[in-house]
Design a protein around this ligand. Structure first.
Ligand SMILES: Cc1cc2nc3c(=O)[nH]c(=O)nc-3n(C[C@H](O)[C@H](O)[C@H](O)COP(=O)(O)O)c2cc1C
Length: 267
């Protein structure tokens, strides 16, 4: 996985790459741009690829760039008004149809998640999905057990799960047809942020596909206090995050109120 260098057949010497990354330099004698990364500092952000007008940056093992109308002026793709309404429509869905989501639709959700930014562009997180109802039930039972027995959570959750247990077979997951997990093999300082952003990308993509989702912090809390539970989800990462996904059996006819925040420093 790396940036290999420059395709001089395509390069027009416009030198945009020089203003993009310090690994590119102008060689006066050869009168051309050179790329070198002697200290292995390239984090594969690929801004060089994204900016080169001639598509002259050679690379391998990092996927393909994507060129489409509006990329250079994203504000023409979706207006603030559209985005704001889309964001305000995002709800935590806790009522699902039984029907499974076809893999090709789920793949689009993962595709959006793959494009979430991560600190230092590390992208070390693993993605997985559980769609087997019995496995979801076993996991739900183990997580519930942990939350209602652990001294730090039992006060908060015992009553909640007594009620939810009367409504759902897998109360932790509200009987959703799928649970998506993101787990990371490392304890990176900003790992929780990475996982949160990945989940958010996935949830927004899901909304654009007519799917409902709900963040599942309960999995995270229980798996952190009892790492054995991760085995039931076939994951073993240090950082974890989860959300449920499926066709919603609920409609919202207005976006709920959210009290405005006072913004310090903004006139
Ligand atoms: C980090 C995080 C963890 C959450 N964990 C859970 C959870 O475990 N179970 C649940 O039912 N909802 C969970 N939620 C959903 C919140 O309760 C929900 O976002 C909040 O009540 C506002 O509702 P809305 O998302 O529909 O606007 C979580 C949300 C976030 C951001």
């Amino acid at each position: 996985m790396s940036i290999l260098g420059i395709d001089y057949e395509k390069c027009s010497n416009c030198r945009i790459c020089l203003t993009t990354c310090f690994m590119f330099r102008w060689d006066k004698e050869q009168e051309k741009v050179l790329f070198s990364d002697p200290y292995n500092l390239c984090n594969l952000c690929a801004h060089c690829i994204a900016r080169c007008p001639e598509d002259a940056i050679q690379h391998e093992g990092i996927g393909e760039a994507f060129e489409y109308e509006g990329i250079a002026k994203p504000e023409t793709i979706a207006s603030y008004d559209t985005i704001y309404k889309f964001l305000r429509a995002n709800r935590s869905v806790r009522l699902y149809k039984k029907k499974k989501v076809p893999p090709e639709i789920l793949r689009k959700v993962f595709q959006a998640m793959e494009n979430a930014p991560t600190g230092d562009n590390r992208r070390t997180e693993n993605f997985s999905i559980i769609s087997n109802t019995e496995q979801i039930k076993k996991l739900s039972d183990a997580i519930q057990e942990e939350l209602i027995n652990h001294p730090l959570t039992k006060g908060r959750y015992t009553r909640v799960f007594r009620i939810l247990g009367k409504i759902f077979r897998s109360p932790i997951f509200f009987d959703a047809p799928h649970v998506i997990f993101i787990d990371s093999p490392e304890h990176h300082e900003v790992e929780a942020n990475n996982i949160g952003i990945i989940i958010t990308y996935g949830r927004l993509a899901a909304q654009a596909l007519g799917l409902g989702t709900c963040w599942n912090g309960w999995s995270q809390i229980a798996m952190n206090s009892n790492p054995e539970i991760k085995k039931l989800a076939n994951i073993d990462g240090k950082g974890i995050g989860a959300f449920i996904i499926g066709y919603p059996a609920v409609k919202f006819v207005r976006s709920p109120p959210r009290a405005p925040k006072e913004i310090k420093g903004l006139e």
